[in-house]
Design a binder for this molecule. Structure first.
Ligand code: GRF
Length: 217
């Protein structure tokens, strides 16, 4: 089996990265993680990658003096050097721009801790708590030029429970994210996510759905 080569971009702890690493260790998983890139040198996810024997690269913004396009162009070059075909954002705290998106057209995935289009941007879990919603969740989507606006691929839901605070809700959502992201990545590299005239068409394999239901607890 030829496996799709994926670059994972992180900024922090990398628990989603870990879920992707764990999935990719399964013989039948059709993707391998070719490189992990962080914009923060201290990101724990870089250590996770090294422990898994995956090239781990710190790509800091400082030397680009605020030139976002130059940063993204260099990042695209780095990913191409590692033979990357798909890019998975996993807690990457930078907006990615045209220089990267044009290098991987409709091949950049993101995971967001809310049911988009509700609660885009930072602190989605706190936004959900403040809004008083009873159900929230996580979304895997293709990345476009907006902030968390791209076509939705897969969503799952979790309840907001009485007494929840940000960390409790975030932890519940993260457990869901770890189920969603490997599944969406598998669909991506299997060619199950197509964009036709700007409309995303996702064809899940038999027995799999475009949603995960409310996961209690
Ligand atoms: C996740 O909640 C993800 O949805 C968001 O950033 C967080 C990253 O967490 N984009 P981790 O670094 O994968 O643990």
């Amino acid at each position: 089996m030829t496996r799709g080569r994926v670059g994972v971009l992180i900024s922090g702890s990398g628990t989603n990265l870990q879920a992707l690493i764990d999935a990719s260790r399964e013989a039948t998983f059709p993707a391998e993680i070719a490189v992990v890139v962080s914009d923060r040198s201290a990101a724990l996810g870089l250590e996770r990658a090294r422990l898994a024997g995956i090239p781990a690269v710190f790509h800091g913004a400082r030397s680009f003096a605020g030139d976002r396009d130059a940063y993204d162009a260099a990042l695209a070059g780095l990913l191409h050097e590692h033979g990357v075909e798909w890019v998975a954002l996993a807690g990457f705290l930078r907006l990615v721009g045209s220089a990267l998106l044009d290098a991987f057209p409709w091949r950049v995935l993101n995971i967001h801790p809310a049911l988009l289009p509700s609660f885009p941007g930072l602190h989605a879990q706190e936004q959900a708590l403040a809004a008083g919603v009873r159900i929230t969740g996580a979304t895997v989507h293709l990345v476009d030029r907006g902030c968390d606006t791209g076509p939705i691929v897969l969503q799952g839901a979790v309840p907001v429970l009485p007494g929840d605070d940000g960390p409790a809700l975030s932890a519940r959502i993260l457990r869901l994210e770890h189920q969603l992201y490997p599944r969406a990545l598998r669909w991506a590299v299997e060619g199950r996510i197509q964009v036709v005239d700007g409309t995303v068409v996702v064809t899940p394999p038999p027995g799999e759905d475009l949603t995960l239901g409310v996961v209690a607890g």
